[in-house]
Write a protein that binds this ligand. Sequence first.
Ligand code: DCP
Ligand code: MG
Ligand code: MG
Length: 355
Amino acid sequence: MRLILLVDMDYFYAACEELRNPSLKDKPVVVGADPKSGKGRGVVSTANYIARKYGIRSGMPISIAYKLKPDAVYLPVDEKYYEEISNRIMAFLKSFATKFEQVSVDEAFLDISGRANNYDEAYVYAKKIKDSIASDFGLPCSVGIGTSKLIAKMACEAAKPNGIKLVRGDEAKEFLAPLPLEKLYGVGKKSAERLKEMGFKTIGDLASANKQLLINEFGSFGLEIYEHANGIDNDEIVESYEIKSIGREHTFEQDTESIDEIAKAINMLADEVIEEVRRQGFFFKIVTLKVRNERFEEHLHSKNLGYYTQDIERLKKAALKLMEENMQNEKVRKIGLRVSGLAKSSGQKRIENYF
Ligand code: DCP
Ligand code: MG
Ligand code: MG
């Protein structure tokens, strides 16, 4: 049996702001674009739970947040500061896991099989992690525990804020059934809309759907939805890539689902990556595409070419193929391209010790 945790920080950006200014703790705090007395453009990045009581949410236009609570504390986004804290938390979390996958700036999957041998031990272990984050970093988080990434992620949602939720393997289906469609991990706004048009309301409806119907409508994604709704998820934890790699990232000015625009960005990143690869005199074998969607979730897609190269066309082809194979019906916020499995000559064995 696998035991997987999903640790997600509570109201992360706003919690980081409270950390450096504790007087904010009892006030509604909104981090995001400048509200400019209600005329501001741009959106809310996040809000603390006091501000959420007034209906303020991530992704909401800042002008609407201002209408809901004009006297909240509005702060600009200081990504560099949050990333610094995030890096330290991630390194800390990693030490608790046999396998570790960072999913976004404030959340990660930990495979703790071997560190905990049953549900009770897993709960105690999760509590230890949660308490350590609170005492070492002064920040609240929530933890979901399950036998798959899917269940861990959805249990964490249910645990929020500041909680731990364990869902046993045989409780998974029952746990999912009453939840609304759009809560199902991997289902974006667009797919949720289509599923509603098809007459589905809850995850339980999907679980008892005709599998073939979903496959006809959505292809392999349809099968995934069906399995997820039934609590089936064999997805492995993908270890985050390490520094032994060369990569570049691009954030779109506006979230986009235009394949042309994304392909253009990938081509541009490939040029930059190859320039650096050549400058450092490397050949690479593994190509990884990182996609951050509009909900700030990050997914890594890798391809092992099977040979060492520093050829620009091969990199572009591999990266574009990864894009085609993995694009969901979702807007993309940021894209990253990275090469690893580096060697100093194309005939050489992989050399890990260059960094
Ligand atoms: N974020 C953002 N815009 C969004 C969603 C998220 O800028 N539309 C940023 C700010 C969040 C951080 O990413 O603090 C983490 O996102 P989460 O979805 O985990 O949300 P929070 O941590 O803010 O709140 P929660 O307690 O619900 O996890
Ligand atoms: Mg969070
Ligand atoms: Mg998160």
